[in-house]
Design a binder for this molecule. Sequence first.
Ligand code: FRU
Length: 495
Amino acid sequence: MNKLNIANDYIKNNSNFVNEQYRLKYHFIPPIGWINDPNGFSYYKGEYHLFYQYHPYDSCWGPMHWGHAVSSDLVKWEHKPVVLAPDEEYDADGCFSGSAVEKDGDLYLMYTGHVNPNKEKPENIRQTQCIASSDDGITFNKIKENPVITERDLPENALPQDFRDPKVFKKDEYYYTVVGSINKDGSGQILLYKSEDLIEWKYVGIMIASENKLGKMWECPDLFELNGKCVLIVSPQFCEKEEDRYWNIHSSLYLIGDVDFNTGKFSCEHVDQVDYGHDFYAPQTLIDDKNRRIAITWMQMWERNIPTHDKKHNWAGAMTIPRELELRGNALYQKPISELETYKTNKVSFNNLTVDGSLRINELSGECINLEMMLDRKNSERFGIKLVYSAYEYTSIYYDCQNEKLILDRSNSGEKINGGEKDVEAGVRRVPVKCNDNKLKLNILIDRCSIEVFINDGEKTMTSTIYPSSPSLNIEFFSNGEIEILELNKWDLCF
Ligand code: FRU
């Protein structure tokens, strides 16, 4: 039997053996096994397609396959058979990350073939770019011309062992792809290639090089136009901590600027971190028939222990809620896709509540909920909410009025999560945000083991996983000094 059939049979026969305790309800999760990056996120023939880095056989990373799911609304996903398995000489040790583009009615996947012939000698690793095509979006064939971009197509300064994650797109007459690469000096760069047919590729140039200023290898690039500018998203490994940024071992950044498609050069005007929580890596975007630019991201981080793996729950990893992107000035705004509205029920609302000390509101409890609020900081020093709160455990989100920062603290959230980061407070992440006219607006999505916070209409976001040891459903406001909850709405989110 071939590797694809083996994987698909395994999933069918074993998916009943996942432990349900932390399974998210309205976020994408695998039927069984490990997932990382979203791949091939696309809108094709009237449906949304999500492919993803997949190791079905264990809840840890292993030889990469591409899993697949389809949705009509980006919330409810239907699992489809695995589409790529590492079964060719050029991808023998993994079908690594990549993307999708439509051509003449067919869907094409462009991915990285990973070959690691001698585990003792990482310098022998080779990564090349490959294509698979499909006329129904379900069954894919790797093309005979593979690999289509190889080490021969690299600029002289680049190493052939770190050359991956092509994001392909069409612009005017040509297909282009941006690919992550590493310079011989150890720093990241993004390369641009161009093609008429997705098979013959011509190297255009180095779009941007980090010159050892922003981390090492730059993974998972994405390039798109948004509100008249070019946005380049990259995920650099090992960025050094800078104030509140880059506290995770690897980071996801957005760069705003312009591209010269003749030389490939990206002139960068602004850089920021996409999300300020603990678990957010390798975002990928699509554009749909409504012309919306939508991102989805792996809601995890490398070099972390994952409680569902530690506890042998047979699965690990989830995707964020898909987020619609918008550029306002230099800020990349993110908001949950509007389709989520359909799944909101049991609305509970409050207005004009004063908090001075603490306030528990029993009607707000729930495991899979959306909380929206507008808070007036008045003259308080610090105020916030304890979420997913039980006798011993809680996660807090609070505003430090003096330093004008929102803080997410998962130190007491439940199962211990440790990362590979050094010199940071493991449980805490901070983001600088201003109150507008003393007001702070928060939109919070909780789905059993995830929290996503959209601050001031999505100007900044924080995304973190939490694993309460038993269902912890309560919510409590707290403040040092008086604040007012001007508006507060809560919904349950369920199918
Ligand atoms: C990013 C990444 C990619 C690679 C894939 C392998 O998370 O390291 O660079 O293609 O994961 O699973």
